[in-house]
Design a protein around this ligand. Sequence first.
Ligand SMILES: *Cc1c(COP(=O)(O)O)cnc(C)c1O
Length: 409
Amino acid sequence: MQNTATKSTEYMDMEAQYGAHNYHPLPIVIAKGQGVWVWDPDGNKYMDCLAAYSALNQGYNHPRIMKAARDQMETGVTLTSRAFYNPRLGEFLKKVAEISGHDRALPMNTGAEAVESAIKMARRWGYDVKGVADDKAEIIAFNNNFHGRTTTIVGFSSDKEYQKGFGPFTPGFTLVDYGDVEAFKAAINENTVAILIEPIQAEGGILIPPAGYMKEMAEICKAENILFMADEIQTGLGRTGKMFAMEHEGVQPDVYLLAKAISGGFMPVSVVTANKDLMDVFDPGSHGSTYGGNPLGAAVATEAINVLIDEKLCEAATELGDYFVGKLRAIDSPHVKEIRARGLLVGVEIKASSGVARPFCEKLKEFGILAKETHASVIRFAPPLVITKEEIDWALERIEKVLTTDAPV
Ligand SMILES: *Cc1c(COP(=O)(O)O)cnc(C)c1O
């Protein structure tokens, strides 16, 4: 082993020795990045088709976002806490209002924190506005959901792996089948305050609900005085070809949850958006976060959104997604059961007879492509939206090789 030790193995060994083992990463160390490309410390080059679970929609090392970060850092003010005002937060919140169509935004850090915040907001709205009896509020979520990893959130996961050993869980959540309007209707009662739903279940395996489903769900929510809360943490900000995936069905939710690409992969920034009547259930002291709304994050995220708009990355996701998926579908593979895609969020489901997705991802890595399995049988391709046609062709050549030779084990 001594002789084959590389910088990469050194870094991987150190993480494995000193870190918690709560991930099973592919054996690659990313030491440098530019656009869709990354390099390991030993000089090997790869195309990143995961893009940090769609946090890097704008690509690695985007010059404008990098400059915004540098400029803000040079002011010497990276964190003020919300005990004081800072010069960058207002413009960020205004930008979020412009894209979301909502009056207000609550800044937090991670996606899970945005979800937690939305749960608190929905519950308080239930009591203060809807008139639900104390401590009775119920939120409806969906089988195969992914909303993060806090104890409350994993408590309403349908994935036993996310829950095992972590109970007892927070009450007040009901799960129904995703894509099934009747199941949702049957689950509604006088205490239902909100639904929490992903436009596409990405972690669930790129599961796309039937056409018209979101629109119908939104109509029912409106009629029943239930908040429609859309978790666009992964699907939002251009990934599916629209700023928000809900736009595909013309739905304007009561609440958007955003994180990941809102800061272009630079640092944790998340927001909950809503109109005044809802957001104003929060009053001073009711909620907070030390780093939430920090000026460095606000400066970076403002520019990350500007880049999405100025570089027309939503349009790029549609056009390049269609191109990529068209060619992907044309590959005559004995291993592919189904391809599910919207924009540049692409899932390739592997047939049971060909094993699971991970060995395919390991094989892709040998060919210079980084992709990660989701839900055992699905390979997710979600490259930065700044990818070019030529780069897609480069990837397709290699993907074709992996999908048309014997199943790796
Ligand atoms: C990633 C993700 C989250 C959680 O975000 P974190 O920043 O990892 O806490 C929540 N919902 C969805 C849909 C996600 O993809």
